[in-house]
Design a protein around this ligand. Structure first.
Ligand code: PHE
Length: 433
C-alpha cells in the first residue's frame, strides 16, 4: 500500500492520500469477462447486442475502466458531496483518477465521437461494497443512448414525426407494462425540451428498454424450461413497471422493475439526458435519452448461477459449461462446506467520547484482501455495550467457502487471524486521528 505509483493497463498513476485501489482489485482489471464470448457475461452481452443489431447503434466494448474523476462524476453533474464520490464507496487510483463506478463515465466521450444515432457501451465497473452472494466489487454494465439533432430537421414537426417513426420501428413485445408517467414536481421534465419532445423521447427510451428486458427474461424462461423446470412463473406473461428515479444527468428519470419469481427486480436506471451533458458534448441543439443496466445479477438468473464469485472462477468445471450464443443452466459440480469464524473488536472513542465506527466497506476490503474469493459472506451479527465501562464492541461473522475445492482449518485460521490483526491495527490507527 506504500507504493508510490500504480500501473493500470499501461497508464501510470502517482499515488496520493486518495489511493485506495488494492492489489487484489487491480489484479481483476483486464480480465474482461464481457469480451469472452463463451462466458455468461459475454453471452448475455451478445444476446442484448444482437437484439439491437441494425437499429442504429454503435457497440463499444473496449473502453478502459481507469478513468478520470471528471468523466465519472463532474461532467455528469454529480454534486460535490454525492456519496458516490466518497473513498468508502469508490476505488481511487489517486485524487483525479478512479476505477469507473458506472459505464456512464463514457457518455461524454461517446456523445462526442459516435457517428450513429445511438450507442451501447459494455464494460466492467468497480464499487466498494458488502460481501455476499450477489455483491462483488467488480460487475458489468451495459449503457445505451440515443440522440436526435434538431438541426437535422427543417421543422419541429419533422423532428417529432421522425421520433414517432423511430418509435414505430421498435419491435413490439408481449410485456404487461405499468407506467406512472412523471411527477412534474418531484421528477420534472427539462425546460429546453417541449412537452411533445419529452413525451416522444421518453416513449422511445421506454419501448427500447422493454425490448431489452423482454429478450433477456424470455430467454431466461426458455432456458429454465429446457432444463426441465415446470415452475408456475414460466407460464405467466412477463410483467414490468416503471418507477420514478433520480440521476444527476437525466430528467425525468426512471427505473424499470421486472416481476420475477414473486418479487420486483430493480433492473435498469434511465432518463432523458440533461442539457448540461449534451452541451458539454457539442450536442447543444439535440435531445437524447440514456440508460444503464447491470449484467451480473441478470446473468445469475439466466444461467442459474448461485454465487456471483463463480463468474471469476478459472475452474474448467465452470468455464467449460458455457458456449457462445447459448443460455444453459449451470450444473453445480460439487458443494464444498463453509467454515464460519467470528471476529470481534472494541470500537475506540474520539475526544468527544463518540465511538469511531469503522466504515463497513473498509472492513469488507480487509477481509477480501486476505481471503480473496474464499470469502462467501460477511455479516454484522452482534453489537454490545458493556454496562459498566460503556465500551462498545462489534462482532462480524465471516463465512469462508471455496467454489472449487475444500479448504483446511489451518488455512481458514490463518486468513482470519490476518484479518483480525489488521482490523485491530486499523482501529488503533483511527484513534490517533
Ligand atoms: N449509471 C447509472 C447507474 O449505475 C444508470 C444510468 C445510466 C442511469 C444512464 C441513467 C442514465 O446506476
Amino acid at each position: 500500500q506504500a507504493q508510490s505509483s500504480l500501473n493500470v493497463l499501461g497508464t501510470e498513476y502517482k499515488s496520493d492520500e486518495w489511493t485506495n485501489a488494492t492489489p487484489r482489485i487491480l489484479s481483476l482489471v483486464g480480465r474482461d469477462l464481457h469480451k469472452n464470448k463463451n462466458h455468461p457475461i459475454g453471452i448475455l452481452r451478445s444476446l442484448i447486442e444482437n437484439r439491437f443489431d441494425g437499429l442504429g447503434y454503435t457497440m463499444y466494448g473496449d473502453m478502459k475502466p481507469n478513468v478520470s474523476v471528471h468523466e465519472n462524476f463532474d461532467v455528469l453533474g454529480f454534486p460535490e458531496d454525492h456519496v458516490g464520490r466518497s473513498k468508502s464507496d469508490t476505488y481511487y487510483l489517486n485524487k483525479d483518477h478512479l476505477l469507473r463506478t458506472h459505464t456512464s463515465a463514457h457518455e461524454h466521450e461517446c456523445f462526442l465521437t459516435c457517428q450513429t444515432p445511438g450507442y451501447f457501451i459494455c464494460g466492467d465497473v468497480y464499487r466498494r461494497d458488502e460481501i455476499d452472494r450477489t455483491h462483488y466489487p467488480v460487475f458489468h454494465q451495459m449503457e445505451g443512448a440515443r440522440v436526435w439533432k434538431r438541426d437535422d430537421f427543417k421543422s419541429e414537426e419533422e423532428l417529432l414525426a421522425k421520433i414517432q417513426a423511430d418509435i414505430d420501428a421498435i419491435p413490439k413485445t408481449d410485456l404487461i407494462v405499468e407506467d406512472v408517467g412523471y411527477d412534474p414536481v418531484e421528477n420534472p421534465k427539462q425546460d429546453f425540451m417541449t412537452d411533445r419532445e419529452t413525451d416522444l423521447v421518453s416513449q422511445h427510451l421506454k419501448r427500447t428498454i422493454e425490448v431489452l428486458v423482454d429478450a433477456v427474461f424470455n430467454e431466461a424462461k426458455s432456458a429454465a424450461k429446457l432444463a426441465g423446470s415446470t415452475e408456475e412463473y414460466l407460464n405467466e406473461p412477463l410483467k414490468v413497471r416503471w418507477v420514478e428515479a433520480y440521476f444527476p444527468w437525466t430528467a425525468p428519470s426512471w427505473e424499470i422493475e421486472v416481476w420475477w419469481k414473486g418479487e420486483w427486480l430493480e433492473c435498469c436506471g434511465c432518463g432523458d439526458v440533461r442539457k448540461l451533458v449534451l452541451d458539454n458534448s457539442k450536442l447543444d441543439n439535440s435531445i437524447a435519452w440514456a440508460f444503464g443496466i447491470g449484467l451480473d445479477r441478470i446473468a445469475m438468473l439466466l444461467f442459474g448461477i448461485p454465487d456471483i464469485r463463480l463468474f471469476w472462477s478459472l475452474d474448467k468445471r465452470f468455464i467449460n459449461q458455457f458456449k457462445q450464443n447459448q443460455i444453459s443452466i449451470f450444473k453445480p459440480y460439487s458443494k464444498y462446506p463453509g467454515s464460519v469464524r467470528d471476529i470481534s473488536f472494541w470500537l475506540p472513542k474520539d475526544d468527544e467520547g463518540q465511538y469511531l465506527k469503522l466504515h463497513e466497506n473498509d472492513l469488507m476490503e480487509i477481509v477480501r484482501e486476505n481471503a480473496g474469493d474464499l470469502v462467501e459472506s460477511v455479516k454484522l451479527v452482534d453489537e454490545f455495550t458493556h454496562p459498566k465501562t460503556g465500551k462498545h464492541s462489534q462482532t462480524y461473522r465471516v463465512n469462508y467457502q471455496s467454489m472449487d475445492r475444500n479448504i483446511t482449518n489451518d488455512e481458514v485460521n490463518l486468513m482470519n487471524e490476518e484479518t483480525r490483526k489488521e482490523l485491530v491495527q486499523k482501529q488503533s490507527r483511527s484513534r490517533k486521528l
